[in-house]
Design a protein around this ligand. Structure first.
Ligand SMILES: Cc1ncc(COP(=O)(O)O)c(C=O)c1O
Length: 448
């Protein structure tokens, strides 16, 4: 049960029961999972997580941004139970189900652009991206793609070819899809062109138009530009207001699809249903997953009706369009529309000034950025040198865990706040207190 005393850590971490379970897991489970800290989750409720030894934590991780409606939201649990009694799997590739059509219609309505859209359902973010990739190639009959340095789109071979975030994700997996060209993202804190925002004339977009599409990847051969509205795994990088509109114009000029990956930034997290709405840009194709169904596995690739016209069998799946996941997604969207998306905006505005104040107070915080409840904090050796400090970001993550706050790093030297969208001021205060204590401790040690 959630109570005022939480979070509460009553054992050494990991506790004895957790330790046993971790030992077993390490014997049998793939070591490729990243698992930054030794948490064995027993159950979770709202914005709290409980481990196998009875320790409780504030959840600022949300299962990598999945549990937007909080852990086990009662209304989500109810629709999942109800649908599980009726049909757990129906093979949407072969049969129809009312919830599949209903969810597709709803996604068409809530995504930017004309309502008339079609949706392909898979089970994950990477599958949504694979679908977009294949759809772009299928329609355009062109082989090339543009993607961004720092971008993350998944780890299956197609999406991995677009991913360019951490080297471990790509190392030893070559050859990947040929003809993917990676270009610098609008990372203004560390401008790849060494320019200043305000006088740069958005050089990163001009570079794509005037150099990449003219000398590297002929525009005639490019099917799509894949871009995250806000870069997630790459470091919670928010591009400037001009970035997406200008880049979309370049894509339109050459007849290239603008594919926006909203797997992490979508579903209300930034205070709008889709982060790209902050830039007023209508993508040609949108990919979503993570928070879409509050934890039931689902991924969706959404495109205008006239664009998704491929023939039966061109792309399909056994599990995609699962009725339980669709029921959970419809309920999730209802909850987001009925208050959680607004709460994300409100709580983002509550948290951000507190982090900005920490930025003023601590030389090891180089940058604080984000929208709604998608917030990144970049750690540096000191503000002047801006030297990336992955040792600090990793230690912040570890120490926060040991003090009862679960969060996650992003980029080489960042930490992200990605809590469930249900959090209130009381929970935010508790989390910020732990975070500040940890940062103060590390910053203080550095001074000595
Ligand atoms: C923007 C983005 N796209 C795609 C993916 C891949 O999603 P999944 O891990 O569900 O395959 C992720 C996962 O973090 C992501 O952040």
């Amino acid at each position: 049960m959630v109570n005022k005393k939480m979070p509460h850590i009553g054992t050494k971490l990991p506790g004895p029961k957790s330790k046993k379970l971790i030992n077993k897991d390490e014997k049998f489970v793939s070591q490729s999972y990243t698992r930054a800290y030794p948490a064995v989750i027993d159950h979770a409720k709202g914005a709290y997580i409980f481990d196998s030894d009875g320790n409780s934590y504030i959840d600022f991780h949300a299962g990598i941004g999945v549990c937007a409606t909080g852990n086990c939201h009662p209304e989500v649990v109810a629709v999942v139970k109800k649908q599980a009694e009726k049909a757990i799997h129906i093979a949407s590739a072969d049969f129809y189900h009312p919830l599949v059509g209903k969810l597709a219609e709803k996604l068409g309505e809530i995504t930017p652009g004309a309502k008339e859209k079609r949706v392909f359902f898979g089970n994950s973010g990477t599958e949504a991206v694979e679908c977009a990739l294949k759809l772009a190639r299928y329609n355009k009959r062109k082989p090339r793609m543009i993607a961004f340095i720092g971008g993350f789109h998944g780890r299956t071979m197609g999406s991995l070819s677009l991913t360019c975030s951490k080297i471990n994700q790509r190392k030893y997996f070559a050859p990947m899809l040929p003809e993917v060209t990676h270009v610098p993202y609008a990372y203004c804190y560390r401008c790849p062109f060494n320019l200043e925002y305000g006088s740069c004339d958005i050089a990163c977009v001009k570079f794509i138009d005037e150099v990449i599409l003219q000398k590297v990847a002929p525009a005639e051969d490019v099917a799509a530009i894949f871009v995250e509205a806000i870069q997630g795994e790459g470091g919670y990088i928010v591009p400037p207001v001009e970035f997406h509109p200008r880049l979309k114009k370049v894509a339109e000029k050459y007849g290239i699809y603008y594919v926006v990956d909203e797997v992490q930034s979508g579903m209300g997290r930034t205070g709008k249903m889709f982060a790209i709405e902050h830039w007023g840009v209508v993508p040609d194709i949108i990919t979503v997953a993570k928070a879409l169904a509050s934890g039931m596995p689902i991924g969706a690739c959404i495109a205008p009706k006239k664009l998704m016209t491929w023939v039966p069998g061109a792309h399909s799946t056994t599990f995609g369009g699962n009725p339980i996941a669709c029921a959970a997604a419809l309920k999730t969207i209802e909850l987001l529309e009925n208050g959680l998306m607004k709460n994300a905006e409100k709580m983002g505005k509550y948290i951000m000034p507190r982090l900005k104040k920490m930025w003023e107070d601590f030389d090891i915080i180089g940058d604080v950025r984000g929208k709604g409840l998608m917030i990144g904090i970049e750690f540096v050796k000191d503000k002047k040198s801006k030297k990336p400090a992955s040792d600090y970001s990793n230690e912040v993550e570890q120490q926060c865990f040991r003090n009862g706050l679960m969060l996650l790093t992003c980029g080489p030297n960042g930490v992200r706040f990605i809590p469930p969208l249900i959090i209130d001021e009381e929970i935010a205060d508790k989390a910020l207190k732990i975070f500040e204590k940890v940062v103060k401790n590390i910053a203080g040690r550095k001074k000595r």
